[in-house]
Design a protein around this ligand. Structure first.
Ligand code: SAM
Length: 237
């Protein structure tokens, strides 16, 4: 997968050289390049912003550098992190993981001149994606989050791809609690069933815990869970 990130803060992306995303880059699974938007400015101050038409506080990112930057790295699927975008989900991560070329446009200040997004949409698919109902300083952190979620879905990145099957948000439920050694710690024991070696009972316990957790913490997810996906034992839980 080819990924281009355009930002005025290239240094923000150092974490994408670490851990499994860094490994995926090293292995050539992700070919990620970070570009400084100011490369495409033409004045001595390398200006990327100006006052908003219509007045109001803050500054808006000017269209010219953005237009040139997107002409240079595009076409691809343009992703614009934005609090007015569609809330990001695991389904979106799977969707993006299937694409060949992602281009991220990191907004700052009051955001990017709307014409940049409208102009790009005439030439390539554009998705405005929100991390949630709050406002960040800029799109950089959102890109790091999206890239982590997408990269771990790419073939060959996780050592054991089956860990994707039952994790939270993959099958419409939250995952059951997890435990490791020691079996007893501060008077707290690992549930006996997990030490029983009985794979059928363990699977049933995990499924029950996933259903109970989801119902307690995310009634919205439980309500959206297809009744046809519930078996007889699920209904008792
Ligand atoms: N004036 C904008 C508004 O009220 O919708 C907020 C601009 S915000 C200060 C600057 C940039 O941060 C945005 O252009 C976007 O790139 C990024 N950003 C802020 N909140 C975000 C969120 N919830 N999800 C994704 N990106 C966000």
């Amino acid at each position: 997968m080819r990924v281009d990130v355009i930002t005025i803060f290239p240094d923000y992306f150092a974490p994408l050289g670490l851990s499994l995303v860094g490994k995926a880059r090293g292995a050539g699974v992700v070919d990620l390049e970070v570009h400084d938007l100011r490369t495409w400015t033409s004045d001595v101050h390398r200006t990327v912003d100006d006052t908003p038409y219509g007045g109001g506080p803050g500054m808006v990112m000017r269209p010219e550098p953005w237009g040139q930057a997107l002409d240079a790295v595009g076409p691809g699927t343009l992703i614009v992190p934005s609090p007015v975008g569609k809330p990001f989900t695991q389904a979106d991560a799977y969707d993006l993981a299937g694409l060949d070329h992602l281009i991220f446009a990191c907004g700052r200040y009051e955001g990017i001149d709307q014409r940049v997004i409208d102009d790009a949409a005439a030439r390539m698919p554009v998705r405005e994606i929100s991390l949630g109902d709050y406002v960040l300083f800029g799109g950089e952190v959102a890109v790091i989050v999206i890239m982590e979620a997408v990269t771990r879905l790419l073939p060959g990145v996780l050592g054991n791809a089956s860990s994707l099957d039952e994790e939270s948000h993959s099958a419409g439920l939250l995952e059951a609690p997890v435990y490791t050694k020691p079996a007893a710690w501060r008077d707290r024991d690992v549930p006996a069933v997990l030490r029983s070696g009985d794979h059928g009972r363990i699977a049933r316990w995990r499924r029950d815990q996933a259903l109970l957790r989801t119902a307690a913490r995310r009634p919205d997810m439980m309500a959206a869970y297809p009744p046809a996906s519930l078996d007889k034992a699920d209904r008792k839980t």
